[in-house]
Ligand binder design. Structure first.
Ligand SMILES: NC(=O)c1ccc[n+]([C@@H]2O[C@H](COP(=O)([O-])OP(=O)(O)OC[C@H]3O[C@@H](n4cnc5c(N)ncnc54)[C@H](O)[C@@H]3O)[C@@H](O)[C@H]2O)c1
Length: 268
């Protein structure tokens, strides 16, 4: 199927801020008809208005809301050609995370990808194909300083993305997974609702480079056009992933040392 997006119906969840906002703008610039879905209604409205898209407020954690989002997208712009399952949260921190935090992060970061695929893939297959873009994280490939729930949900979401690609690839479904390390968005303190409020909050040293959401969007479209599964805006993530595959035990030892160095209490 054509990888020109002019006139295509594209849905972006978490499209009101950060990487989702940049993806929505990038697809709109290509001529796509973009549905901006976000739990934060004013953000969805603001971005949709700016790009001439449709705002659909809703929670990706709910399978019913996902079905209704897709129905509204199809009503407005026709069959969904690209679904960007992008919304995500950090959710809790370590083992002390509450059951409610663990439930929420699992629903938003993992199950939302399943609800999205259930809602769009059968119709994509019937229309000759479609593309699922999953915003995951470097934490899907390599465990690092990210919180517990974030880490296991992103790993699980990568497994789901591989499964969908393998099960539906021969029926015209392409999957592209965006796996960045740090990006200049709400997750690290940027506030696009009020840019005067400042951008990045102070980050601990040693976490690596911060890339812009626009770079992520640009590289995602390039990967889609090249038919690539993985998008790695931080090349060192790919290197670490290869090291892990070559020698898991050595990689665990090195990572443990690196994480200890990031914990101020362990460095008198
Ligand atoms: N920023 C980073 O450093 C970074 C790194 C790797 C991966 N990611 C991933 O990028 C994705 C986008 O995050 P971001 O960095 O742009 O953060 P962000 O906070 O700037 O934007 C996230 C958007 O998702 C929306 N959202 C949150 N929960 C939702 C829900 N349940 N339903 C619908 N919308 C919801 C928020 O309202 C917000 O507009 C996430 O999946 C995140 O895990 C971010």
């Amino acid at each position: 199927m054509s990888l020109e997006f002019d006139g295509a119906c594209v849905v972006v969840t978490g499209g009101g801020h950060g990487i989702g906002r940049a993806l929505a703008e990038r697809f709109a610039a290509e001529g796509a008809k973009v549905v901006v879905a976000d739990i934060h209604a004013p953000r969805a409205e603001k971005v949709a208005q700016r790009i001439g898209g449709l705002a659909v407020p809703g929670d990706v954690a709910s399978p019913e809301a996902m079905i209704s989002l897709v129905a509204r997208a199809v009503d407005a712009f026709g069959p969904v050609r690209v679904f960007c399952s992008n919304a995500g949260i950090t959710g809790g921190f370590g083992l002390e995370s509450t059951p409610a935090q663990i439930d929420e992060v699992t629903r938003v970061n993992l199950l939302s990808h399943v609800w999205a695929a259930q809602a769009v893939v059968p119709a994509m297959v019937a229309h000759g194909g479609g593309h699922l873009v999953q915003t995951l994280s470097s934490a899907a490939l390599i465990t690092g300083p990210a919180p517990m729930g974030y880490t296991f949900t992103k790993h699980g979401a990568l497994g789901f993305a591989e499964w969908i690609q393998l099960a539906y690839g021969d029926r015209g479904i392409k999957v592209t997974c965006l796996c960045p390390n740090l990006v200049n968005t709400g997750m690290i303190g940027r506030n696009e609702d009020d840019e005067e409020a400042g951008t990045i909050s102070a980050l601990p040293e040693g976490l690596g480079d911060v890339v812009e959401p626009e770079d992520c969007a640009e590289q995602t479209l390039a990967a889609m056009r090249a038919g690539r599964f993985l998008v790695l805006p931080h090349p060192q993530v790919g290197k670490s992933f290869r090291r892990k595959g070559e020698n898991y035990d050595l990689w665990i030892d090195h990572t443990a040392q690196r994480l200890r160095a990031l914990r101020p209490g362990d460095n008198p």
